[in-house]
Each structure stands twice: as structure tokens, then as C-alpha cells.
Design a protein around this ligand. Structure first.
Ligand SMILES: NC(=O)c1ccc[n+]([C@@H]2O[C@H](COP(=O)([O-])OP(=O)(O)OC[C@H]3O[C@@H](n4cnc5c(N)ncnc54)[C@H](OP(=O)(O)O)[C@@H]3O)[C@@H](O)[C@H]2O)c1
Length: 243
């Protein structure tokens, strides 16, 4: 069934791929923060909405979310502007979106949030990690400590909320390689990259998976057809956010 969808971070590399997948069937709005991208978004048959996670008030996001079935959040500072900006976009911006959804009168849209694999309490090493995972985790956490911290704070904030339905997708390192249509989904080793095409495909599949509510789902490159891998993880019903 055709749905009304709004993508926050609409001009991002994953979001543009997601927009292309969704527009043939669904009505898509795309939140961008500069007019420069308006034509590009319209050319993808989506409607641009000018808002900034840093500068626009919660009420403007609530107004944009009214009547939508699903909000995707795939925004991030991308390491530009130091820790302060990572905090403002990846954490405060995400919380602004959570608050905005809560403010919607009538049926509240579902949220599908893109976070990242291995976002967790640093002291709490998941039991399924092997030595390679632990070494990789340590490397990444040293290189992008602020990013991992503020994504964690955002996810911690979201998992406590029960006024709307949410699902978190947690990809491993992203690549621009062509999608394979395959992945490893759920509790898995964390070192394999995943193509942005495949992440966008997983996000598209989640649109019809209301039964993924309350789950955080890890996804990295792998060998199982995406739909099958995602379906198995959702049916297992085990969240990959371990606090
Ligand atoms: N890179 C990785 O290996 C990796 C791994 C796991 C998860 N992730 C996460 O996956 C998600 C998608 O990745 P991606 O490669 O598509 O990221 P991306 O291309 O950097 O897209 C992020 C988007 O967020 C937007 N944004 C930044 N500040 C904003 C603000 N104040 N208001 C509104 N929008 C704002 C950016 O807008 P502008 O275009 O205007 O700057 C950009 O379009 C991100 O959340 C990222 O953290 C990344």
C-alpha cells in the first residue's frame, strides 16, 4: 500500500538512494537544509521541505510530520564541525525529531532511524564479539569517539520512548560499492562493510515491517538475501541495542 514518508537528512548519500527506491510507489518528502538541493530532490519525484536540525524549532518538525506514516532519520554531521556539531546534529537533532513525533496530533508516524553498529555502553562488550570484532571496535571508538558517544546517547533516549513506534537500523561501515542485495542481519561480526545501496534497500523493506517496532537491527555485508535476512532477524525479535 502506498505510504506517506518523510526523510530527515534527505540529501544524504543513503537518503538519496532510499528516495529513488520509494518514489515510484510512495509519496516522499525530503528534509533538506539548503535550497541548493531543491531541484535535485524534485527531479527524484520527492517534495523538498526546508528545515535544519540545528536551527529549526521542534514545532516546525511536528508540522512537517503531521499526516505522515513514517519518518526516516538518516542525518548526521559526518564529522564536520567537531564534537559540538556532532552533538547538535546526531544527538540533539535526533532528540528534536523524537520530540516532534510525540507532538503530532492524531496518529503518530513510525520512526525508522539509521544509527551505527557497535553503538553501546563502551564497558559492555557484546558476548558474540570475537577478537577481531573487539580490535575493530577499539580502533573505531578511538578514531570517532564523539560520534559513537552521541549516537549512543540518541539511541538510549529513543529506546525509552513508547508514544510512537520506532525501529533502529545499525549498519556497519558504509561503502559506495554497488549493492549486492545480500547482507548479514542481527547479531553478527562487525568488521564487514555494507554498501549504501543495500542499507537503502533494507530501509525500504522496513517500511512494511511494523513488526520491527522496538527493535535495533545490526546489518553488515553478508551472503544472505536481504529480505530473508531481515525477515529472520525481525521474527527472532531480539534487539541488537544492548545498552
Ligand atoms: N559513514 C559510515 O561508515 C556510517 C556507518 C554507519 C552509520 N552511518 C550513519 O548512516 C547515516 C547515513 O549516512 P550517509 O552516508 O547517507 O550520510 P551523509 O551523506 O553524510 O548524510 C547526512 C545528511 O545529514 C544532513 N544534515 C547534516 N546536518 C543537518 C542539519 N543541521 N539539518 C538537517 N540535515 C542535516 C546532511 O545535510 P547536508 O547535505 O546539507 O550536509 C546530509 O544530507 C548517518 O546517520 C551516518 O551517521 C554512517
Amino acid at each position: 500500500m502506498s505510504k506517506k514518508v518523510i526523510i530527515v537528512g534527505g540529501h544524504g548519500n543513503v537518503s538519496l538512494r532510499l528516495t529513488r527506491l520509494l518514489t515510484p510507489k510512495h509519496t516522499v518528502k525530503s528534509v533538506i537544509r539548503t535550497q541548493d538541493y531543491e531541484d535535485e530532490i524534485r527531479n527524484l519525484s520527492a517534495e523538498p521541505v526546508l528545515l535544519s536540525l540545528e536551527d529549526s524549532p521542534v514545532s516546525d518538525f511536528t508540522a512537517a510530520f503531521e499526516g505522515q506514516d513514517v519518518v526516516y532519520f538518516s542525518a548526521g554531521a559526518g564529522g564536520k564541525g567537531g564534537e559540538e556539531r556532532t552533538k547538535r546534529v546526531d544527538y540533539e537533532g535526533a532528540v528534536k525529531v523524537f520530540d516532534a513525533i510525540e507532538g503530532v496530533q492524531g496518529p503518530k508516524p513510525r520512526l525508522i532511524l539509521v544509527s551505527a553498529i557497535d553503538v553501546r555502553d563502551p564497558a559492555n562488550i557484546p558476548a558474540h564479539y570475537n577478537e577481531e570484532d573487539i580490535a575493530s571496535s577499539r580502533r573505531v571508538r578511538t578514531a570517532i569517539a564523539a560520534y559513537m558517544h552521541w549516537k549512543y546517547e540518541a539511541d538510549k533516549n529513543l529506546v525509552k520512548r513508547d508514544k510512537f513506534k520506532w525501529t533502529i537500523l545499525r549498519p556497519g561501515g558504509l561503502s559506495n560499492e554497488p549493492g549486492t542485495g545480500k547482507a548479514a542481519v542481527g547479531r553478527t561480526h562487525i568488521t564487514r562493510q555494507i554498501s549504501r545501496d543495500d542499507v537503502a534497500k533494507a530501509l525500504e523493506l522496513l517500511l512494511d515491517r511494523e513488526d520491527a517496532a522496538g527493535l535495533a537491527i545490526d546489518i553488515v555485508g553478508g551472503d544472505t538475501p536481504l529480505e530473508e535476512a531481515l525477515d529472520a532477524a525481525i521474527k527472532k525479535g531480539e534487539t541488537d541495542f544492548l545498552g
